[in-house]
Design a protein around this ligand. Sequence first.
Ligand code: MN
Ligand code: MN
Length: 318
Amino acid sequence: MNRFNQPLGGNEMPRFGGPATMMRLPAQVGAAGLDACFIGIPMDHGTSNRPGTRLGPRQIRDESRMLRPYNMATRAAPFEHLQVADIGDVPINTFDLKKTIDIIAGFYDGVLGHGAIPLTLGGDHTLTWPVLRAMRRRHGPVALIHVDAHADISDTMFGEKAAHGCPFRRAWEEDCLINDKVFQIGLRGTGYSPQDFDWARGHGWTVVQAEECWYRSLAPLMAEIRARIGDAPCYLSFDIDSLDPAFAPGTGTVEIGGLTTWQALEIVRGCAGLSLVGADLVEVSPPYDPSGNTALIAANLLYEMLCVLPGVGQGGAG
Ligand code: MN
Ligand code: MN
């Protein structure tokens, strides 16, 4: 008899049936008693190009149906070590982005108050700003691993401070980040000026552009990042558009020349041993994802994030 919640198995209920929760885990209201939880934030009013990420959490949950509890590669068995549930969606205000930001921050204050580690299904990248605000209130400034095609450090978009191209600028302004422990991986594409990426470098952040990742394993990079972050509390924010559109076309602001799925796995698995306090997977836009593969990748990466949380261990194989 297991002490912890288990995903509903494929021999108990066909995988196309049963609850439409993340990994077919039990649904729960609030994070009381949980070590970690999946949370959806169904929003797209921070997007600047193609919308649709409001439908991301539902589609990620649907594509998570095939996920089994044991990680064959890393030997992680998260449901033997952590109490996990899907606590549903944040009740955002779909007509008001600024109110939505305060709603998200308040919701995450509650989750963190229970000591649960949130794993977030986005939703557009604006959401990481209020999540990091709540992280700061709970943990103080955090180290950040930000995987993305874009820097998301614009001061404003269309004159607005709240947008999916601005969350890390806002987090920096609010002193949410440990500047010499911020790593941006996968940045690429066209810009307005070199400052698009160099602003971050000028503030002590490390930027690893996509071209530096081509043809390479990212395991050595992650070893270096782990050494530099040490035991500082660390947040992982993973924008699905970091992946090449050959893998993940279902997103709003697509850039060619991106990461591969196996590099994405190396990044997330390379977070094992860090003091992760939360993680998100953002920018999945189901209307542009007719095969479901983008949401499928997102579901798998969220599972891999669960597998590297403190307390899971790696089962011995590493
Ligand atoms: Mn982003
Ligand atoms: Mn992006």
